[in-house]
Design a protein around this ligand. Structure first.
Ligand code: AMP
Length: 381
């Protein structure tokens, strides 16, 4: 049994974005102190943390000094260098363990883990260099998707190859570095499950969420879509097995493609709270952020029960294009919860906030959420 880390203790977070911000809000509500470490200043998490330590993740002395002042370290995005997690764990527990980060932050390692453990994946080939790409295309076939092996997110570092003669252009467009080639999956929908695992192996999940993307970036999430119970059971079973196999302590999201024939393909893993679980902040007994806190502090996991049908829409920087947004109009829907992450600069594709909207059912909530988002810019158009 791990010793519980009780309220009053200090949670250290590597990373300082919106996921850390929402974790910090949950932690402070329960009487914890929170420290963040990242290269940024006045960050989304730093704004609500007790301490914002500014440093480079590769400065291991700075990471060690940070870890020495907290009771447990977790992370809020997976591109923290593995060595930073390793350094921190010489001083305090790091949860999930650094090995989870190591696997999930590199597409080839992640795919090798998934396929090796028998989880369903799209066909894939490792592409260490340009010559390997031609071989990979011959094996995987077209259409295919070329993805950088590391540090990709939200469709960045990806190129679709429809025909072998597009190989060179695709290779250049992802930066001509180590990559993975995946078979293109003709899916019916994209779904995910956010799940948590405690120090003693306790498991909890937030059910299936349907995710609708725009330009490869999550746009709308609707929990509990109308899909076959058998598929729901299979998704949850896979998620449970993934968390067990990786010995995760914390929250992890498994993203899937649901194919037209009802079969599932695991797209990727995110070893932290996930955008598709943001609805839980307002709509569940225990949010994914409180759940992460409970798991990493060796506390019992909370109920994931959803209180009302709802949907979540992202607010990307593109919306800020025309200047001021009409918050009054969006907040005119009294069943809406607005989250803004405190980012000073709105850039296209940048996640600035989200809204969770309640409704009679998921689709009704999604309609209301989209209407509220449209209302933000209606007067400026
Ligand atoms: P990722 O960053 O890998 O999650 O990819 C971002 C988005 O690109 C996914 O949510 C899908 O919409 C699309 N995508 C990625 N990989 C594939 C694939 N192998 N086949 C079809 N669409 C894909």
């Amino acid at each position: 049994m791990s010793r519980p880390i009780l309220p009053g203790a200090t949670i250290g977070v590597l990373g300082s974005g919106q996921l850390g911000r929402m974790l910090a809000l949950a932690a402070r509500r329960m009487g914890y102190r929170v420290h963040t470490f990242s290269p940024g200043e006045d960050t989304p998490m730093g704004q609500v943390a007790d301490r914002e330590a500014v440093g480079d993740y590769n400065d291991l002395d700075a990471v060690a000094e940070f870890a020495a002042r907290v009771d447990v370290v977790t992370f809020e995005f997976e591109n923290v260098p593995f060595d930073a997690a390793r350094t921190a764990c010489e001083r305090v527990p790091v949860r999930p363990r650094g090995q989870v980060l190591h696997t999930a932050q590199h597409r080839q390692r992640e795919k090798d883990f998934l396929a090796g453990a028998g989880f369903p994946t799209a066909p894939f080939e490792h592409v260490p260099d340009r010559a390997a790409l031609d071989v990979a295309i011959a094996r995987v076939g077209t259409p295919a998707v070329l993805k950088t092996a590391g540090f990709g997110y939200d469709g960045k570092g990806q190129a679709v190859i429809r025909d072998a003669d597009e190989a060179e252009a695709a290779w250049q467009s992802i930066g001509a570095g180590e990559a993975v080639l995946e078979g293109f999956v003709d899916f019916e929908r994209e779904i995910s499950v956010v799940a948590a695992r405690g120090c003693d192996g306790e498991f909890a999940h937030y059910g299936v969420v349907e995710n609708r993307h725009r330009d490869h970036i999550l746009d709308v999430s609707i929990p509990d879509p109308d899909i076959d119970k058998r598929i729901v059971a299979e998704v949850v079973e896979i998620a449970h097995a993934v968390l067990d196999a990786l010995d995760v302590v914390g929250v992890l999201c498994v993203e899937f493609f649901l194919k037209h024939d009802g079969s599932l393909v695991v797209n990727e893993l995110a070893p932290r709270p996930h955008n598709s679980g943001h609805f839980s902040f307002d709509a569940c007994v225990t949010s994914q952020f409180e759940q992460q806190l409970r798991a990493v502090c060796a506390l019992p996991l909370g109920s994931t029960r959803r209180l009302r049908p709802c949907a979540m829409v992202n607010l990307l920087g593109d919306l800020w294009d025309d200047g001021t947004l009409d918050w009054q109009a969006a907040l005119g829907d009294p069943e809406l919860k607005l989250h803004l992450y405190g980012k000073a600069e709105a850039r296209p594709g940048r996640k600035m906030g989200h809204m969770t909207v309640f409704g009679d059912d998921g689709e009704d909530a999604a309609r209301r959420a989209l209407a509220a988002r449209d209302a933000l810019t209606a007067r400026t158009q």
